[in-house]
Every structure is written in structure tokens, then in C-alpha cells.
Design a binder for this molecule. Structure first.
Ligand code: SF4
Ligand code: SF4
Ligand code: SF4
Length: 294
């Protein structure tokens, strides 16, 4: 195998064939401009790649690259503003659903948040691989809780004063049976509510309104051979508070975690409960949202 220093970088994958490698890109939330995408295609052709691979983490890989050409190719990718990615024990490509940019069910701006987290943390060398995924609502199209850090937009419905006609539209929209009609008006069962906000969109008379959207954060999930849900950390208001909490989680993992073991298998050992208590104590009280997860 020919070795060059860049091959030690996480975005360069040496697979089954020693004469070739695969180059993975950094594309937070999987969003590129048409010009960036055209640039990737042009670069791939220039270096002899006959295909591109769209990965499960919303990035692009250029396969079948001659290792000797990697430094030049990486420089071209940098110029194209689609730089080298990560895939080892690092913070890897941040994934996100479209969020409020395009989905009518979304409660939060996912792409902006993904870019902000990417800017602060992408590629950091860590004791174990850190995947971060952001979903705009509890439908969680990016399976957020199966990542080391998961973030989901949530909302709490509130019954506003006004005349509920008892039409039952919101009852039909609620997938959790959290709304019932008694004496011609609605009753919200907060124990059953999953905080999706469907009822808010559905009421033709705007009787159900939303509190400020929240960010539900989980830690320590994984997908793969033995999938595990992340553990509940906190539900809070304010994207700026989310960035602070993500900083705290990353620092905690960096300082406490062991290498060679997925985060999900060392959560107790490295003190997840203490982390949760510390984070909750450090946040302004009015930014924490209390609700029961379903
Ligand atoms: S997770 Fe929710 S907001 Fe995001 S794409 Fe899916 S339905 Fe839309
Ligand atoms: S927010 Fe979702 S789960 Fe909660 S009551 Fe409304 S529709 Fe049902
Ligand atoms: S809250 Fe709105 S949608 Fe639900 S029953 Fe009343 S009027 Fe109909």
C-alpha cells in the first residue's frame, strides 16, 4: 500500500483495494449549491472517478481515486467549498432534515443549526465517533435518537380561549390519541402528547396554539448491528442554548470517554447522569421545558 500523510485523514477511506481509495466530503445537512455539485462532478471526472456515492450521512464520496492524486484532489475540493470529510473517531458529517426551510411539519430551523454545529465541531478528533443528527419534528426523518447526539424540534400545544366547535379535526390529526372531545370542546392529555404540533396546524379556527418551539436533546444513541436509542438529556428553548449544550456534551465526551468503545456502551461509566445534572443546573431556568417523553 502506498502511503502519503493525507491518508491518515478521516475523510479518506482505504477500502478493499490497496491501489485505490475513496474520498468523502464534508457537506453539513447534505445541502450543496448547484455550482458546488457541478464542481464535485467535474473534479471527480478530472481524477478518473466513474461514479459518485451518496452516503447515508447526507454526504458524497468519490470512489476509485489513486492515492498519489489525493493531495491535489483535496485541494481542488477545498477550492470548490466542498472540503474533505470525516469518518473515523471524529465529529463526522452533521445530518439534518429540511426543517422549516421546506417541511410544513417542522418546528425548528435544522439546516442553520447543522451549519452552526458543523462550524464549531466538525472533524474534531474524539475518543469515539460522534454522529449528530437534527430533525425538525418528532417524526424524526433522520432518526436523530440513533445518533450519539440527537436534536428534535418539539412544541407544546395550548388550548386558547375561544369557541371550539367540537368539529374533531384535531382529534383525527393527532396520531397519539392525546385529544378527546368532552361536552363539545377539546381536552388535551399531556401524558400522551408527543409534541409534534399536528393539532396546531389542523385547527381551522386557531383554537390550539403553540408555545415557543423546543429542542429535545438525546445522547448516546447508535444505529448499526445493535441499535440503541439515545438517553434523554434535556428539552430547552433557544438555538443559542442548544449550541452551548452541544459544546458541553462534546467536551464531556472528549475528556471522559474511552477510545475503542462506542459512546452508547460507556454512558454510565463516564457519568452521563452527572453530565445531565450539571447541564440542567447551568442553564437559565426559563429555557428548560418540562415534559414527559412518550
Ligand atoms: S422530521 Fe419532521 S420536519 Fe423534518 S422532514 Fe420529517 S416531518 Fe418534516
Ligand atoms: S402536539 Fe401532536 S401529539 Fe400532541 S396533541 Fe397535538 S397532534 Fe397530538
Ligand atoms: S380545537 Fe379546532 S379542530 Fe379541534 S375540535 Fe376544536 S375547533 Fe375543531
Amino acid at each position: 500500500m502506498r502511503r502519503i500523510p493525507l491518508l491518515e485523514k478521516g475523510g479518506i477511506i482505504t477500502g478493499c483495494f490497496s491501489d485505490y481509495c475513496t474520498v468523502r466530503l464534508r457537506i453539513p445537512a447534505g445541502v450543496v449549491t448547484p455550482d458546488q455539485l457541478a464542481g464535485v462532478c467535474e473534479i471527480a471526472k478530472r481524477y478518473g472517478a466513474d461514479t459518485l456515492h451518496l452516503t447515508t450521512r447526507q454526504t458524497i464520496e468519490i470512489p476509485h481515486i489513486d492515492p498519489d492524486q489525493v493531495p491535489e484532489l483535496v485541494a481542488d475540493l477545498e477550492q470548490n467549498n466542498t472540503p474533505l470529510g470525516a469518518e473515523r473517531a471524529e465529529v463526522v458529517n452533521i445530518t439534518a432534515c429540511p426543517g422549516t426551510d421546506r417541511c410544513k411539519l417542522a418546528q425548528i430551523e435544522t439546516i442553520k443549526l447543522a451549519r452552526a454545529i458543523d462550524e464549531k465541531h466538525f472533524g474534531k478528533e474524539m475518543p469515539c465517533k460522534i454522529r449528530i443528527a437534527i430533525a425538525g419534528c418528532p417524526n424524526s426523518c433522520v432518526s436523530s435518537s440513533l445518533n450519539e447526539i440527537g436534536i428534535v424540534g418539539v412544541v407544546t400545544p395550548i388550548r386558547e380561549p375561544g369557541t371550539c366547535t367540537g368539529c374533531g379535526t384535531c382529534v383525527q390529526y393527532c396520531h397519539e390519541n392525546a385529544i378527546s372531545i368532552k361536552n363539545g370542546t377539546i381536552r388535551l392529555n399531556t401524558d400522551l402528547c408527543s409534541h409534534c404540533g399536528m393539532c396546531i396546524f389542523s385547527c381551522p379556527f386557531h383554537i390550539i396554539q403553540a408555545e415557543d418551539p423546543g429542542y429535545y436533546i438525546t445522547v448516546g444513541g447508535r444505529r448499526g448491528r445493535h441499535p440503541k436509542f439515545g438517553r434523554d438529556l434535556v428539552v430547552l428553548r433557544g438555538a443559542e442554548n442548544v449550541l452551548t449544550v452541544v459544546d458541553d456534551i462534546i467536551n464531556w465526551i472528549y475528556r471522559q470517554a474511552w477510545s475503542g468503545k462506542l459512546l452508547t456502551y460507556q454512558m454510565d461509566e463516564i457519568g452521563f447522569d452527572e453530565l445531565r445534572e450539571k447541564i440542567i443546573a447551568s442553564l437559565p431556568e426559563d429555557c428548560i421545558i418540562e415534559w414527559k417523553k412518550r
